[in-house]
Ligand binder design. Structure first.
Ligand code: PEP
Ligand code: MN
Length: 264
């Protein structure tokens, strides 16, 4: 169902208030790795509003490699995140980690993110298929494109067509960066499916200094959007500070991506 052979027309996902993700638009989604509190949300929202970015990312349920790391503010954090974003016309994308969270989160979310570690959690995918909320589905840490497409098929075949695919880097042997952002995936996925393709250069390379190069490369590779991490003091971020842009770097990247998209 997600194949271009079944549907040629590109899927566009309407989040309301004129925010449409998919071919014909270039979507920028930005925000911290983790939601940390009211002041942080307000400062990020102000940065996004200033730069005309309509979707804020931020995790409240965090899949962390260590159980002792910060695991997110949970549902209360999501409610604060939602209130401040609604007051400012910003849409929310945040990760759902398990089936039981869907119901408590659904009224406070515009897009559910399925993280790389849950890319093949088939119960979660089935339930998101029934939930009728847009989903950003990340590629697994060592996932093939075929596995990503089949994961999307789980959601679509349950009746939810509002899916975007996300390339976020795959695990390799190179130690100089966190992951290998596989930009080959962009044109290949665009040809194979009618779904929007989004790139996450923050997790894709994992080092702040290189995020903008990879984001710009993603634009030119044909991505329908980019999702990246930004924070007013990345050094103090509760998670993923090493790959997070400060607001100055973020503003510069937004401008450069828009210029690059105009050249495409
Ligand atoms: C994130 O977006 O902060 C995240 C945990 O992403 P991933 O699932 O790609 O590691
Ligand atoms: Mn992160």
């Amino acid at each position: 169902l997600i194949s271009r052979r079944w549907r040629v027309e590109p899927t566009r996902i309407d989040l309301g208030d004129g925010v449409v993700i998919g071919e014909g638009n270039f979507s920028i989604m930005a925000g911290p790795c983790s939601i940390e509190g009211e002041e942080q949300i307000e400062r990020v929202v102000a940065h996004l509003v200033e730069n005309n970015v309509k979707v804020m990312r931020g995790g409240v349920f965090k899949p962390r490699s260590s159980p002792y790391a910060f695991r997110g503010l949970g549902i209360d954090g999501l409610k604060t995140f939602h209130r401040i974003c609604r007051e400012n016309g910003i849409k929310i994308i945040t990760e759902v980690m398990q089936v039981s969270q869907i119901e408590e989160m659904i009224d406070y979310v515009d897009v559910f993110q399925v993280g790389a570690r849950n890319s093949q959690n088939f119960n979660l995918l089935d339930s998101l298929g029934e939930a009728q909320k847009p989903v950003l589905l990340k590629r697994g840490i060592s996932g093939t494109l075929e596995e990503l497409l089949q994961a999307a098929e789980y959601i679509f075949s349950n009746g939810n067509e509002k899916i975007m695919l996300c390339e976020r880097g795959i695990r390799g042997y190179e130690k100089a960066y966190r992951n290998i952002l596989d930009l080959n995936a962009v044109p290949v996925l665009k040809e194979k499916t009618h779904l929007p393709v989004i790139v996450d250069p923050s997790h894709g390379i994992g080092l702040r200094d290189y995020v903008d190069s990879m984001a710009l490369a993603a634009v030119m590779a044909g991505a329908d959007g980019v999702i990246y991490e930004t924070h007013y003091t990345p050094e103090k971020a509760f998670s993923d500070g090493q790959q997070t842009l400060n607001f100055q770097e973020s503003a510069r990247l937004i401008e450069r991506m828009r210029k690059a998209y105009a050249l495409r």
